[in-house]
Design a protein around this ligand. Sequence first.
Ligand SMILES: *Cc1c(COP(=O)(O)O)cnc(C)c1O
Length: 349
Amino acid sequence: MASATLMIDLDAIAANWRALDRLSANGTQTAAVVKADAYGLGAGRVVRALAEAGARRFFVALAQEAVVLRQALGPGPQISVLAGHMAGDSALIHDLDLTPMLNSVDQITRHFESLPGHPFGIQLDTGMNRLGLEAAEWAAVAGHVLAATPELVMSHLACGDDPGHPLNADQLAQFHYLTDGIAVPRSLAATAGIVLGPEYHFDLTRPGIGLYGGRPFDAALPVVALALPVIQCREVAAGETVGYGGGWTAEAPAVIATVAGGYADGLLRSLSNRAVLWDGDVPCPLVGRVSMDLITVDISHLPREPDRLDIIGPAQSVDDLADVAGTIGYEILTSLGARYRRDYRGGAA
Ligand SMILES: *Cc1c(COP(=O)(O)O)cnc(C)c1O
């Protein structure tokens, strides 16, 4: 096999959605966040598997991302746009029947003027200071906006992955203060908010990372596996160096495998001299620097030259690899390159 293969288990994604759906409070609907090409895993295939599992509402970051979704889903399922109604997007929002989450008074004006009567939602800022109307803005426009019956009023937690963080309770209280008594469905929780508990669930939850096997949904089934082909093996003598900058020096005679996969494939350069690859259950250290297309691995202790080595698999999850790289699973997943062959398991026929 010439190129690396990214194995994506669509049945595991569907099972994770069902498990998150069961975790959600009674009467809460579970949506699915599939922005950034379903966290790098291929939005078309992923949304078909999720729709098969029962998901009816999907979130993307940008209107353009919805093109693939609407093609895959057909008419019916709701596709919401977190960036809201941006200038230049009106035709796309209309033609694909998208539901923008309006984030500012400017966006509300643009939406009402360009697409009167077209579905929309509202995003409120409750303390993250990233997207959404501030409390004072909401107070000024709420009557006018609610008269046009939004599909959803939502906000987003800044520290949901840290259950003890005081901002969680602050944001929850602020969301109640801004929305109690309105006759519109409400949403506050992403994956982390589902794990925080039912008081965060409201009418709709919006899991992303948990669908793809990542923290903090600990019960998630693993979704991704990545095996990299070995291109060649060589012996190096004690004292010789390996790779750019002579980044690693053999202390004793060693056997080095050169493996197809580099930072252009999402193997972050911060993994240099730190990550471990696996031959089954035998760890093999990545030695030297990660280069654009290649990494080098010490296989001196293996009884034979392997055809491929695992970097994500049973012995090392996406989050494990993220820990080694000093980042989060989200960044590893969305960095995994377009150069891999994607091999889907399960899912809709
Ligand atoms: C990305 C995102 C989500 C999904 O978050 P996860 O942590 O991946 O579950 C939900 N809501 C908003 C507003 C987001 O930006």
